[in-house]
Design a protein around this ligand. Structure first.
Ligand code: DAH
Length: 351
């Protein structure tokens, strides 16, 4: 017979769940003494069977109860041990979590989009892979124009029909073919040319502007750019000049320079007697309107195109364009923008 008191004591002192499990299978399992005794019940008389069965059941219940009690105790013990071990030291300094930074190009695109949205421009986009037709022909570029040269343009097929767009101007054509006038859009995006030095990268960013309506004049163009440059460089006064130029897709065409001066090696925009070219512009050529299915006898307007990377370099004092595209995390950490600490003229518009 089992000494029940001894066994219950043994159970209550089991060190861990494994020991308890072993006791359980030893004393209640298939080959346990109790089980054997249960099997023998059949050979007893009815009377004896009743008495024996009742005492066996009683024994079994006590052992089970003792095991359950100890099991709960061990479980509590385990939890408190774990809590002890994983205790949080609230006096430790917080672990540093590196924040992502916004790339200066993304930042400047957001700033520019925000500025133009204030005067009613919406943002349009087009593909990087363009047809030769949209990139050149529809924009009134003659067959023998030097920009079509293999040296400048990345062609993607032998027939020179598909290319990486060399400017954002083809989106003018796409936008006009896709809608009805008036048009008032800006187009930020990637552009490509075979070029690489301190101020040129084979991939760079441009921003196109297009405003077409019944009575849009060069005066509107001037007012629009004057507003933009002041807002972008955050200055009240700006010296700006329109220099006659030539683009196949505009007539007349102009390049725009802004006044600046150097102060301790830093460029101060808006004043001074030096000139810096920042964009090309003009009145959209009637041939472009015709190619884009807009009637040049009813509609007219202006277009402009500027280099986004150059504007970012100017505004934020970055002097090597190639560093923009090297994906150097240290560089981005230094020149990038904290997403939660936005500059003053950012109005929260995202692309
Ligand atoms: N597409 C020109 C370039 O890449 C820039 C440009 C000039 C765009 C005049 C225009 C424009 O829309 O009117 O150099």
């Amino acid at each position: 017979m089992i000494d029940l008191r001894e066994l219950i004591q043994k159970i209550s002192q089991a060190k861990d769940k494994l020991e308890l499990q072993n006791i359980k299978s030893q004393f209640l399992g298939k080959n346990s003494q109790i089980n054997q005794e249960f099997k023998k019940l059949g050979s007893l008389s009815e009377e004896e069977k009743k008495i024996k069965a009742s005492s066996l059941n009683n024994e079994k219940q006590k052992i089970t109860e003792a095991i359950n009690v100890r099991f709960k105790e061990l479980e509590k013990l385990e939890i408190s041990k774990k809590l002890q071990k994983d205790k949080v030291d609230v006096t430790l300094p917080a672990r540093e979590r590196p924040n992502g930074k916004i790339h200066p190009v993304s930042q400047v695109i957001d700033e520019i989009s925000s500025i133009f949205s204030e005067i009613g421009f919406s943002v349009a986009e087009g593909p990087d892979v363009e047809t030769e037709y949209n990139n050149f022909t529809a924009l009134n570029t003659p067959e023998d124009h030097p920009a079509r040269d293999m040296h400048d343009t990345f062609y993607l097929d032998n027939d020179k029909k598909i290319l990486l767009r060399t400017h954002t101007s083809p989106v003018q054509v796409r936008a006009m073919l896709n809608g009805k006038p008036p048009f008032k859009i800006i187009v930020p995006g990637r552009t490509y040319r075979c070029d690489s030095d301190q101020t040129h990268a084979p991939m760079f960013h441009q921003l196109e502007g297009l405003h077409i309506d019944k009575d849009i004049t060069m005066g509107h163009l001037k007012g629009c750019l004057d507003y933009f440059v002041k807002e972008f460089f955050e200055v009240k006064k700006i010296k700006m000049r329109f220099r006659p130029s030539h683009f196949p897709f505009t007539e007349p065409s102009a390049e725009v320079d802004i006044g600046y001066k150097l102060e301790n090696g830093r460029i101060i925009v808006g004043e001074g007697d030096k000139w810096l070219e920042i964009l090309g512009c003009g009145m959209v050529h009637p041939n472009v309107l015709k190619n884009a299915k807009v009637d040049p006898n009813k509609f007219q307007g202006f277009a402009f195109g500027m280099g986004i990377d150059r504007l970012a370099m100017l505004k934020y004092g970055i002097n090597d364009l190639r560093s923009f595209f090297e994906s150097d995390y240290r560089w981005l950490n230094y020149f990038g923008f904290d997403p939660l600490d936005v500059p003053t003229n950012y109005r929260g518009l995202s692309r």
